[in-house]
Write a protein that binds this ligand. Structure first.
Ligand code: ZN
Length: 113
């Protein structure tokens, strides 16, 4: 997550020629918005997302968690399409996708694209 969690950085659309890429990137960034909303619920800055990461899900990475959110919401099983590869190199499994769905439900975040 970036130092200012409410700032959303989207790559130029010119760098994202296809609909798939745009949806994956926008949904990844949306996950960061919900990660920030999650942390904002707790006075000490802890979050449900942090607890998921600490338990070893998403290889302990909030970026891989955001990728998993995109993969889950868009029902995708690859970070690659054609010659374009997005994300942080890890495709999450069914257990992690269920954790994403539970987490999203807790935050009233979208769970389908
Ligand atoms: Zn990210």
């Amino acid at each position: 997550m970036r130092s200012d969690p409410l700032t959303i950085h989207l790559a130029s659309e010119l760098e994202l020629p296809g609909d798939w890429q745009k949806r994956m990137v926008v949904t990844h960034e949306l996950a960061h918005v919900y990660q920030a909303a999650d942390a904002a619920r707790f006075d000490d800055g802890s979050s449900a997302a942090d607890r998921l990461l600490a338990s070893g899900l998403f290889q302990g990475s909030n970026e891989k968690m955001a990728d998993c959110y995109s993969l889950t919401v868009l029902d995708e099983w690859s970070l690659r399409q054609g010659n374009v590869t997005l994300g942080y190199g890890y495709v999450c499994d069914a257990t992690e996708r269920q954790a994403i769905r539970d987490w999203a439900a807790e935050l009233n975040a979208p769970t389908s694209g």
